[in-house]
Ligand binder design. Structure first.
Ligand SMILES: Cc1cc2nc3c(=O)[nH]c(=O)nc-3n(C[C@H](O)[C@H](O)[C@H](O)COP(=O)(O)OP(=O)(O)OC[C@H]3O[C@@H](n4cnc5c(N)ncnc54)[C@H](O)[C@@H]3O)c2cc1C
Length: 314
């Protein structure tokens, strides 16, 4: 029977939905152990017990760092158990952590996992769910970063008790990098990208100038989105990336400007209710899914649209 170690960066409060899904998945294996890089709160202990898991390992958080503490805790937890499966979240921090422990332990990592079978075969989504792939580790421990909403949360029903052990971390856990300054991001007046009713998104065609998009977004009360080409170019923050490896949006109106409409971009916006595309190339794939297509230069089209919206609202 396989043994699963489920790792959480923070269990100082009651586990959230995605964490509960990981606990459900872990509880399907012969032995399941929880490890956390923080102290495990009373609410979290109760929740863990609810999944029939009786063993947990914890280590207090030394503060903000670049993941050395979490890496040391996960490494120590692996030494403490004989797990052949490690379950992690699929957020970027956890995936990076998984990659680091995989290198350290010569283990295998699979991300975007939606299930792991009793035979330790991980099923994962490919190309934004267009198809699935099954993967098995050929080199020891399987590290699986599990996507939220993939596993149905199902506590065992019979709550026992959890024995929590403090992990002792060696000097190796001491942070190699210390943060000397932190600058909080200036909060935008705009609605958040994932919740906005209107999104104005720009791509490579913006050519470094998001000014016309910001002006149109101001006129519409919209959020600003972007293609990966635009975020990779450094023209706008990575938070604004819409698509397979960015944010998924489903607004009432999505205005795509200077974006060709690659499959990875479509994966994050094609469920928008109404799509307007502005592109100077009449053959751009984005026109295949647009409700309204405007063939033209965005630098000319967007200011006209913003001016007309303001004129009508005046
Ligand atoms: C694993 C993987 C994950 C990815 N994830 C994402 C993702 O999450 N999101 C994403 O967006 N991409 C993603 N990509 C990248 C994706 O494949 C495309 O490369 C990217 O979306 C292209 O961005 P773009 O449309 O802005 O640029 P381009 O494809 O270069 O298109 C630019 C468009 O702008 C038009 N244009 C140029 N000038 C103007 C102008 N003045 N006025 C109007 N139109 C103009 C051009 O005609 C062209 O159609 C991913 C790729 C991979 C391999």
């Amino acid at each position: 029977m396989s043994s699963a170690l489920v790792f959480f960066t923070d269990l100082s409060a009651a586990p959230g939905k995605a964490q509960r899904e990981l606990l459900t998945l872990a509880s399907r294996f012969g032995t399941a152990v929880v490890a956390a890089a923080t102290e495990i709160s009373a609410e979290a202990r109760e929740a863990i017990a609810g999944y029939g898991i009786g063993t947990a390992l914890q280590a207090a958080n030394p503060g903000r760092g670049f993941g050395e503490h979490e890496l040391a805790v996960l490494d120590a937890a692996l030494q403490h158990t004989d797990a052949d499966l490690v379950l992690l979240g699929n957020d970027s921090f956890s995936r990076e952590l998984g990659a680091r422990i995989a290198v350290r332990r010569n283990a295998a990592i699979v991300t975007d996992v939606i299930d792991v079978s009793a035979e330790l075969i991980a099923t994962k989504d490919e190309l934004a769910g267009s198809y699935t792939a099954s993967a098995k580790s050929t080199t020891g421990v399987l590290i699986a970063a599990v996507k939220p909403n993939s596993i149905e949360d199902a506590p065992a029903g019979s709550a026992g008790t959890v024995q929590v052990t403090d992990l002792v971390l060696g000097d190796a856990a001491a942070p190699k990098v210390s943060i000397v300054a932190v600058e909080e991001k200036v909060a935008s007046e705009r609605p958040s990208l994932s919740e906005a009713r209107v999104v104005v998104a720009g791509g490579r065609g913006v050519d470094g100038d998001f000014g016309p998009l910001e002006d149109l977004a101001d006129a519409l009360g919209a959020a600003i989105g972007a293609s990966r080409a635009a975020t990779d170019a450094g023209w706008i923050s990575h938070d604004a990336q819409v698509g397979q490896t960015g944010v998924t949006v489903s607004p009432q109106l999505y205005i795509s400007a200077g974006i060709s409409g690659a499959i990875q971009q479509k994966a994050g916006m094609q469920t928008s209710k109404y799509i307007i595309a502005v592109n100077k190339d009449v053959d751009a794939p984005v026109f295949d899914i647009a409700d309204l297509g405007i063939v033209g230069d965005l630098a000319k089209v967007l200011p006209q649209a913003a001016a007309e919206i303001r004129r009508r609202r005046a």
